[in-house]
Design a protein around this ligand. Structure first.
Ligand SMILES: Cc1ncc(COP(=O)(O)O)c(C=O)c1O
Length: 392
């Protein structure tokens, strides 16, 4: 893959018709080093956020080399790249064929579930294996998350205690997990979830081997206020100190977004302008899914325009012939933006290119590496200084 200093350098060499993904593996590595040093437990990377092998390699080199996988395709790909890493199949509803292949062919021993039928399925598909780590996912409050993940999965109500107890019988190691929702603005959401889960585990009367606090850690998107990453870690540690762990329970987390959002930006080209609508060459069927569906305003800058140019609020239309291919923004860019100009959109390393559908024949990217700092960062100087101290 070609390597450049920055988006300016990329564009100076040429601006192709396809959008350009600027990978910054050093940013993923830095995030992994931070999590590995600060989190008092085991970190699994949620591969769905960005399954690119460059990213996985960078995370592993930064100390995050265990993976939360959600499908057989993810398992096969990660296994090819990391023949002996620990994989956790954390999708709570899986095909029996996927469970069997994961267990017998790829050495997966960790499986999530949130209902009795899934437990039965796992036991049958693994032929009653005696070496399973089974993680019961429990539903928790998602109200402070920008992207809620609380409806589809997670056991709730009086059935939880029974499910935990029954799962104990089939598990060599028993865990519980939850997800506070993605891009969660409140560190206290972890505390509340851990307190609620502690009550359910005590009601079940079992000892836990693993408490998995899931993902939900934020990335640096403009206009979405949240606490510093270190506040989330501190809240988890504080709640874990009060958790009924009895010296036995290990702490796990499965961050996706926070580990990789900074690891890629996107260079798009303006193919047309109408008033304050810019028609760009990627959109909601591509790496800008969240800019359209969630109306998230990713950080933007016009490449090659003076940084102090007078700006105006723009909306984007993507390249397909569909009205829905629209991103409200507003995205503040130089008022004189015109056809042929290029824009760098930051923080697209998480849930970016991986969402691409290929609709209307779009969805191809040119891939490059950029060696400059990511466009916005949560891994600020203070945190990095703390990391340097820990490493001494
Ligand atoms: C089971 C599971 N773990 C972890 C994650 C990662 O969450 P985030 O990207 O918010 O950290 C997800 C996201 O959907 C998930 O479904």
């Amino acid at each position: 893959m070609d390597q450049f200093y920055s988006a300016e350098h990329v564009v100076a060499v040429g601006s192709p018709a396809d959008p350009i993904l600027c990978h910054r593996p050093h940013a993923a590595q830095r995030a992994a080093r931070w999590f590995a040093a600060q989190f008092r437990g085991t970190v699994f990377y949620a591969v769905k956020a960005n399954p690119d092998p460059i990213v996985l390699e960078a995370l592993a080199s930064g100390g995050v080399d265990r993976f939360d996988v959600a499908s057989l395709a993810e398992i096969r790909a990660v296994r090819r790249q990391f023949p002996s890493s620990t994989l956790a199949f954390m999708n709570p509803v899986k095909a029996p064929e996927a469970i069997a292949e994961a267990y017998f062919r790829h050495g997966v021993r960790i499986f999530a579930l949130d209902r009795q039928e899934e437990l039965d399925k796992i036991v049958t598909a693994t032929k009653g294996a005696g070496d399973l780590t089974l993680i019961v996912r429990i539903g928790v409050d998602n109200s402070t998350a920008d992207l809620k993940l609380g409806m589809k999965f997670g056991a709730r109500g009086p059935a939880v205690a029974d499910l935990i107890r029954t799962t104990r019988w089939h598990a060599e190691k028993l865990g519980v997990s939850f997800h506070i929702g993605s891009q969660n603005r409140a560190p206290e959401a972890f505390v509340q979830a851990m307190t609620s889960v502690a009550g359910q585990v005590q009601a079940a009367g079992v000892l836990l081997d693993i408490l998995d606090v899931g993902g939900g850690f934020p990335a640096a998107y403009p206009g979405r206020d949240h606490a510093a990453l270190s506040d989330y870690i501190e809240a988890i540690h504080r709640a874990f100190d009060r958790f009924p762990a009895f010296g036995r329970t290990a702490l796990w987390a499965e961050p996706g977004r926070a580990l990789v959002a900074e690891a890629a930006s996107l260079i798009v080209r303006v193919e047309g302008r109408r008033d304050f609508d810019l028609y760009i060459n990627d959109g909601i069927y591509g790496a800008l899914y969240d800019a359209g569906h969630l109306n998230w305003r990713f950080p933007c800058r016009a490449v090659g325009h003076p940084a102090d140019a007078m700006t105006a609020p723009f909306r984007f239309y993507g390249p397909t012939c569909d009205d829905a291919d629209y991103m409200e923004g507003p995205f503040f860019l130089p008022a004189g933006m015109a056809q042929g100009d290029t824009i760098e959109i930051g923080q697209l390393g998480a849930y970016g290119r991986t969402m691409t559908s290929g609709f209307n024949g779009y969805g191809s990217y040119k891939d490059v590496i950029c060696t400059d700092d990511p466009f916005g960062s949560l891994y600020e100087a203070a945190d990095l200084r703390a990391l340097a101290e820990t490493k001494k």
